[in-house]
Design a protein around this ligand. Structure first.
Ligand code: HEC
Ligand code: HEC
Length: 276
């Protein structure tokens, strides 16, 4: 081989090594931040054992099954593994489970990332967390439907290092506290309570919409009458019948599990929102 070519290849190889080293350092730094112990914040859960039937419904309405898999045994959520919740509910005490969902912290003090919307669940009522926990424990133990692969680990560490994966511990406000029992549909507290958990994940805090991705609900509800709203929230088909990208599934798989009282209260609450 020509000497110059050899030298060129050597340089190229060295550049590759430097690049690999830099990427490795980034992944290492990301892993350090993922492994950081933030200390276990105190957490209490009032009210004893939960209502598993209610929990089965809430796991759908609040989207747990949308991200953690229909069977709640884990799924890939845009490259991050949403873990097997049947397993967590068996391994963790009710308080540990509540701290993970509401505060975004695992029992070992590490922070769950914002891929898990704890910010929206931070004020979930004790009776509802206990209900979901009870439901998970009535389901038979099952293996992880989505194991954590090397690709998942590298991607997560890289996303943490580049700041793309924000730790929930910096998002959840310490002042957020849930009620002991969830407010009843139709009461003034219910609308903000319910929509924070069921809609804000995509329609944003205050339901003002998210860029060009989701509409402001105070706006878009104006064109809806009750029958069209009922259809959207049971079948996912909107007013004009077009096929929706994401909201179709939310209507058919999540909101279809609301009670009739919740659906009516949701409609009335959205209609009453001040227009932007
Ligand atoms: C938008 C998707 C999404 C929704 C909705 C969601 N999760 Fe998660 N959840 C995730 C992802 C992704 C992770 C893992 C995040 C990470 O490791 O940083 C996670 C992590 C968790 C963890 C911590 C598990 C562990 O070992 O790290 C618990 C507990 C949990 N979710 C419970 C719930 C419950 C209960 C609900 C419904 C009330 C729910 N999640 C709704 C995506 C979601
Ligand atoms: C997982 C994300 C997600 C959640 C949760 C969600 N939405 Fe949406 N929603 C969307 C998106 C995205 C759109 C825009 C249409 C599309 O692309 O699917 C939308 C559109 C809408 C529309 C307008 C439909 C039309 O006619 O164009 C209404 C009304 C609506 N959402 C109500 C709600 C309500 C009420 C909740 C809570 C109970 C909710 N959404 C929860 C993602 C979501």
């Amino acid at each position: 081989m020509h000497n110059l070519m050899k030298a060129g290849l050597g340089l190229f190889g060295a550049a590759l090594l430097v690049a690999a080293g830099a990427a490795g350092a980034l992944v290492w730094a990301g892993q350090q931040s993922l492994d950081k112990d933030h200390g276990a914040l105190p957490e209490t859960l009032a009210g004893g054992s939960g209502d598993a039937v209610l929990g089965a419904r809430l796991a759908r309405v609040y989207g747990c099954s949308g991200c953690h898999g229909a069977a709640l045994t884990g799924a890939d959520f845009y490259g991050i593994v949403a873990p097997n919740l049947r397993r967590r509910a068996r391994a963790w005490r009710p308080e540990d489970f509540a701290r993970a969902v509401r505060k975004g912290l695992r029992p070992d003090g590490t922070s769950i990332s914002w891929a898990m919307p704890s910010e929206m669940f931070a004020a979930m009522a004790d009776n509802e967390i206990a209900a979901i926990y009870a439901h998970l424990r009535t389901l038979p133990a099952a293996r992880d439907a989505q194991p954590v692969t090397l690709k998942h680990r590298l991607f997560k560490a890289w996303a943490a290092a580049t700041g793309e994966l924000i730790p929930n511990v910096v998002l959840v406000r310490a002042t957020d506290a849930g009620p002991t029992v969830a407010p009843a549909p139709g009461t003034p507290q219910w609308g903000p309570y319910f929509t924070r958990q069921a809609c804000a994940e995509c329609h944003n805090h205050g339901l003002g919409g998210n860029g060009g991705q989701t509409p402001a609900l105070a706006d878009v509800i104006q064109i809806y009458d009750w029958l069209a709203f009922e259809r959207l929230t049971t079948t996912g088909v909107p007013l004009d019948g077009r096929k929706l990208r994401l909201m179709g599934g939310v209507g058919a798989k999540r909101l279809s599990h609301m009670t009739a009282a919740e659906r009516r209260a949701l409609f009335d609450y959205l209609k009453g929102l001040p227009q932007p």
